[in-house]
Design a protein around this ligand. Structure first.
Ligand SMILES: Nc1ncnc2c1ncn2[C@@H]1O[C@H](COP(=O)(O)OP(=O)(O)O)[C@@H](O)[C@H]1O
Ligand SMILES: [Mg+2]
Length: 371
């Protein structure tokens, strides 16, 4: 059963003299108990607005939010059993780090020794035990961010919301804390949503990733699912490194299936029996589609697509070869060293079974076989 249920939520900011901003659109999302979810998307796509509506610091313009089978969107923040670490930290300046973290526990009527024990344990976890008696203004941004994180994680809550919780930390500490936080959340069965614009962080910490763009949830799935079965062009090009190769192709019915071609240089025959009914219909009704193929699925040195090499880099464990063909740039990633130099013409193999096919509206018509 869902722990958190967001139903058809919209957020429109209206301020006098300015055009309204539609920050979140028709958001539907259900998070399971004990699940760790990453909200991933570029700046301004509505991540913070979403968290603030769940925590109660922004009202929903329309829609409903329920937590533990209890409607919460009309409740004040303190009644929601939601702990949030804010993007801007929001520490209390007159309180020490210790008091800032302990403050959240005051309402829980714990003994002084229990409060100390909890504060010190969480401070150790995020490595701020040496600054517990400092004031916020005397510590660095990265330390303030960890205090804010500790203040949220120390509480007993049904849901933890962490807004870019490690954005200010240097990579090494980030990696260490990521592991510890994941351990803490898992050990206590805590349900959490954290915001990030870093795919690696999302993959490392989250059970499922919600990809947002322009206020719209594009897909909510595991990292593997996002990679292998992207719902649309946005997710296909956003997830994965280097990004998926995308080509605009013409569609023609041929040999019981479809022929997808880019000018006279590249052509694929998609057998009819590899398409489901909806995909066959979609392809029969359109003249152009976008196809996508992961760089890791492009083979170098075989195949019938001739590319002119633009760059060829060996990264220590893999080669990234960029080649131009029919006005398109194609990237191949292979585990072996490739001898080609810029200007050389070499073959790339793009197999029809590795193609994702996207319709005019961007939605995926057919996924690649096995991702
Ligand atoms: N209080 C506000 N008033 C008006 N517009 C806002 C306010 N907060 C955020 N926005 C706008 O809403 C959109 C989404 O913002 P936000 O939720 O902060 O995105 P993100 O956290 O993904 O960067 C942006 O266009 C932002 O400028
Ligand atoms: Mg934000």
């Amino acid at each position: 059963m869902a722990m958190l249920e967001i139903q058809n939520v919209d957020k429109v900011y209206r301020s006098r003299g300015k055009a309204p901003v539609h920050a979140v659109r028709a958001l539907d999302m259900a998070v399971k108990k004990g699940e760790i979810v990453a909200l991933l998307g570029s700046s301004g796509c509505g991540k913070t607005s979403t968290l603030r509506m769940i925590a109660g610091f922004e009202s929903v313009t329309s829609g409903a939010i329920a937590l533990s089978q209890r409607r919460i969107d009309e409740l004040p923040p303190a009644k929601r059993k939601v702990a949030m670490a804010f993007e801007g930290y929001s520490l209390y300046p007159p309180l020490t780090v210790r008091e800032n973290i302990a403050f959240a526990l005051k309402a829980q009527q714990l003994s002084r020794s229990e409060i100390s024990r909890r504060v010190e344990a969480i401070a150790r976890l995020v490595e701020i035990e040496d600054i517990l008696d400092s004031f916020p203004r005397a510590i660095s941004g990265g330390q303030q961010q960890r205090v804010s994180l500790a203040r949220a994680l120390v509480r007993d809550a049904d849901l933890y919301l962490l807004d870019e919780p490690m954005g200010q930390l240097e990579p090494q500490l980030r990696a260490v804390l990521r592991g510890r936080i994941k351990g803490l959340l898992a050990e206590r069965g805590m349900t959490a949503i954290f915001v990030t614009h870093d795919q690696t962080e999302a993959s490392a910490l989250a059970d499922r990733i919600a990809v947002m763009e322009d206020g719209v949830l594009q897909q909510f799935a595991s990292e593997k699912e996002l990679k292998n079965r992207p719902a649309n062009l946005f997710v296909a090009s956003f997830i994965g490194e280097p990004p998926m190769n995308l080509l605009e192709t013409e569609v023609a019915a041929a040999d019981g299936g479809f022929r997808l071609s880019v000018g006279s240089d590249i052509a694929f025959q998609i057998p009819g029996d590899t398409l489901d009914h909806a995909a066959r219909q979609a392809l029969a009704q359109t003249k152009r589609v976008r196809i996508g193929i992961r760089p890791q699925k492009v083979a170098v040195g075989t195949g019938d697509v001739r590319v002119r090499v633009v760059s060829n880099q060996w990264l220590g464990d893999q080669s990234h070869v960029a080649g131009e063909c029919a006005g398109h740039l194609l990237i191949a990633v292979t585990p072996s060293r490739i001898a080609a130099r810029p200007g050389d013409v070499i073959p790339f193999a793009l197999e029809p079974r590795h193609l994702h096919i996207f319709g005019a509206d961007g939605a995926c018509i057919r996924h690649a076989e096995g991702g």
